[in-house]
Ligand binder design. Structure first.
Ligand code: PMP
Ligand code: GLN
Length: 388
């Protein structure tokens, strides 16, 4: 009997699909997967519709992406971060950030190399590393403030370290790393000649005075950083799966070589809409943050009313809540109980940890608040049963 390949045999269905199914089965309010339940801005959708109908975008895009989108990515990096990106040789358009990260690893990391991951980490990183034969080295963030221990970080770097994947603003903790934290990581990258794969998909989602600092802007880091981002979160179009990678041409070349044999090219019509979206005026981003600040406050009030302990996230649309005051059991048991009995779905964060560090996330649940305000209020009413 033919069997499936070893490289996927041990992989379970992703937690996001599992929780979506469970939420559907129990008619739960789904605060699991980070997927807005409201529509994208109509003018951004209209830009894609126009591209679908103009007779110029229904065949393969250039493998690197359309020049207009690459130019828009470069302009965006210049406008927000003062980075000087070459649209011709410093940008690759990918099928979402997920492909951007995989193509970056394929193009920049060798078999046997070590790659540092900050825990909890986004779930696709580890299977990606296994497929390329690289070894993940884990550095946990410590609750309740989700901070790094500088000694643990330093101990993870060695002459075998090829790269670090850094996600800020960070899913699932909502942390936005400070200049000092980034400086610590940057200095180690320079000392050990390490590449940074910066996963900046939540770059526009920071609250209050908090600002996203791209690793590519840290002293000495541009030459050793590829930055990955996508349209999904910033423009509420997670279904489009359109992303990009930018950085110094010497590294982007590696990403491009991999990308051309992973997908060759990404969805063409969305690239026209991306060029439009990336050029939105400042008011777009202000309104976006105003909208999400209301949602974050509703989410925090809901958690508080339920007796769940959480620090308000500095960025992203996720929050990690400690349920130990209201539930006896681990994260998976809590997520199942909450979905089935309370009618609210969340993500058990154990999947974002290596087995040795799973204990750290054992009494936390991740909630996504990229949902309608009324949905968040309704979730709050249901969650209040936990306290009672
Ligand atoms: N990185 C992080 C940290 C994410 O949360 C996500 C969201 N799924 C991705 C990467 C993937 O982004 P995309 O949907 O553009 O592939
Ligand atoms: N980024 C989203 C989340 O973390 C979606 C992930 C996914 O479905 N792969 O919930």
């Amino acid at each position: 009997m033919p069997a499936i390949a070893n490289r996927v045999a041990a992989l379970a269905t992703t937690v996001f699909s599992e929780i979506n199914d469970l939420a559907l089965e129990h008619n739960a309010i789904n605060l699991g997967q980070g997927r807005p339940d409201f529509d994208a801005p109509p003018d951004i959708v209209a830009a894609e519709v126009a591209a679908l109908q103009d007779g110029k975008h229904n065949q393969y895009a250039p493998g690197t992406g359309t020049l207009s989108m690459r130019q828009a990515v470069a302009n965006h990096a210049g406008r927000f971060y003062n980075l000087d990106i070459d649209p011709k040789s410093g940008v690759v358009v990918t099928a979402g950030a997920t492909e951007g990260i995989f193509s970056s690893l394929l193009g920049l990391v060798n078999q046997g190399d070590e790659v540092i991951l900050i825990e909890p980490y986004f779930d696709s990183y580890v299977p990606n590393l296994h497929w390329i034969g690289a070894k993940p080295v884990y550095v946990p963030l410590h609750p309740p403030t989700w901070t790094l221990d500088p000694d643990e970080l330093r101990a993870a770097f060695s002459p075998r370290t090829r790269a670090i994947i850094l996600n800020t603003p960070q899913n699932p903790t909502g942390r936005v790393f400070t200049y000092d934290e980034l400086k610590l990581i940057a200095d180690l990258c320079i000392e050990y000649d390490v590449i940074c794969i910066a996963d900046d998909v939540y770059e526009h989602l920071t609250f209050g005075e908090t600002r996203h600092i791209p690793m590519a802007t840290m002293p000495g880091m541009f030459e050793r950083t590829v930055t990955v981002s996508s349209l999904g979160k910033s423009y509420s179009v997670t279904g489009w799966k359109l992303g990009w990678v930018y950085g110094p041409p010497a590294l982007v070349t590696g990403v491009l070589r991999a990308h051309q044999f992973v997908t060759f090219a990404a969805h063409h019509p969305a690239q026209a809409a991306a060029a439009y979206a990336l050029s939105q005026p400042g008011t777009y981003y202000e309104d976006f943050l105003t909208m999400y600040t209301v949602k974050r406050d509703l989410m925090m009030a809901a958690l508080d009313g339920a007796g769940l302990k959480a620090t308000a996230p500095e960025g992203t649309y996720f929050v990690m809540a400690d349920f130990s005051d209201v539930f006896d059991g681990d994260d998976v048991a809590f997520a199942r109980y909450l979905t089935r009995e309370i009618g609210v779905a969340c993500i058990p964060p154990g999947v974002f940890y290596c087995p040795e560090h799973g204990e750290i996330g054992r009494h936390f649940a991740r909630f996504a608040f990229c949902k309608g305000d009324d949905t968040l209020r309704a979730a709050g009413e249901r969650l209040a049963q936990l306290k009672r």
